[in-house]
Design a protein around this ligand. Structure first.
Ligand code: SF4
Length: 330
């Protein structure tokens, strides 16, 4: 009874528009899995209140693959890891337009151009800006996002001018854990770019990966850092250990613990978009529909950068079967 009262109290607090404290988030996240259905039911009510029944679909395209000089321990695209991905330099503007057209026809409402590497040079930025302008002319209702690494204020303002809607730059994990997952750049570097994006007036998509060896407390620390940053969209990935990366032998996350983690983020960031990204299929398998009950209101559709995803029509069918609504791209 005490636990149900505590859970109800936390839910009502969030529904009233109040913030959870760090200690309350710890109480919630430490609840045993036998309470999972109650946690999901509470989280679902919070999602419905603040995000309604709409689900956003974003398709990502790997516009420059691999050969990255950074050493992120989880990443198949790091030059430190001898993985079997295909590597290539920046694709042409025409190829970006083709890929945007393909994803538009699949029913997505967002298209994100992603490049591997620390950042981009001026020539690459010009190609991407031209492509963004052209895609916006061809598909005016498709939101265009980019994830191009560390960015200067000057580059952010160029992207804003060419019509970019949103920029992705993840913090990846808690500040107290970051040095365990990357040594070639710092958490502060990532935070700096995230703040530059906000200053430029571009929506900030910023999240990370769960299951990198961080503690429960560090997951909560990470969620509160994203809240402090006032992000617009939170991409949550769940580690899919890739052969020949430093994390290849990490144990897979348990599906029920993933669902509880999504609920934790929904309680801490009740009004924000929460997008479930890489690792959804491989870790959740048949429990994927429950991500929406846990509090998610967005997914990546189609393939990921280096790993396969679901067929877009299957994901759309899943969303419709749940009585939810795919956000229209007009
Ligand atoms: S996560 Fe990004 S910066 Fe890190 S290795 Fe992969 S592509 Fe490079």
């Amino acid at each position: 009874m005490k636990i149900y009262n505590m859970l109800n109290g936390l839910k009502n607090k969030v529904l009233k528009g109040e913030n959870l404290s760090f200690q309350e988030a710890e109480q919630l996240y430490s609840l045993p899995e036998e309470y999972l259905t109650d946690i999901l039911s509470a989280s679902s009510k919070i999602r419905t209140k603040y995000r309604h029944d709409a689900v956003s679909l974003c398709a990502i395209t790997n516009a420059r693959s691999g050969m990255c000089p950074e050493d992120c321990a989880f990443c198949a695209q790091s030059g430190y890891h001898n993985t079997s991905i295909s590597t290539y330099p920046l694709i042409s503007k025409d190829e970006m337009l083709n890929r945007a057209g393909d994803t538009f026809r699949q029913g997505t409402n967002r298209f994100c151009i992603v490049t591997s590497g620390r950042g981009i040079n001026n020539d690459e930025l010009s190609v991407i800006c031209e492509a963004i302008g052209e895609i916006k002319r061809l598909y005016p209702n498709l939101k265009i996002d980019a994830s191009l690494g560390i960015l200067s204020e000057k580059d952010a303002s160029k992207l804003k001018k060419c019509g970019l809607d949103r920029y992705n730059h993840n913090l990846e994990s808690a500040e107290s854990y970051f040095s365990k997952i990357c040594t070639t750049h710092t958490y502060a570097d990532r935070l700096r770019t995230a703040k530059i994006i906000k200053k430029a007036g571009i929506e900030l998509c910023c999240g990370g990966i769960i299951g990198l060896g961080e503690t429960d407390r560090q997951r909560i620390e990470f969620a509160f850092a994203l809240k402090d940053l006032d992000i617009d969209s939170l991409p949550l990935n769940f580690l899919n250990p890739i052969a020949n990366t430093q994390m290849m032998n990490f144990l897979p996350l348990r599906p029920l613990s993933i669902l509880k983690t999504i609920a934790l983020f929904r309680f801490i960031l009740p009004t924000k978009e929460i997008r479930i990204c890489g690792g959804r299929q491989v870790n959740l398998r048949n429990l994927q529909p429950l991500i929406f009950m846990a509090g998610a209101d967005a997914i990546i559709i189609g393939n990921y950068l280096t790993t396969p995803g679901s067929r877009p029509q299957d994901d759309i069918q899943m969303i419709q079967d749940l009585g939810l609504r795919v956000i229209s791209r007009g």
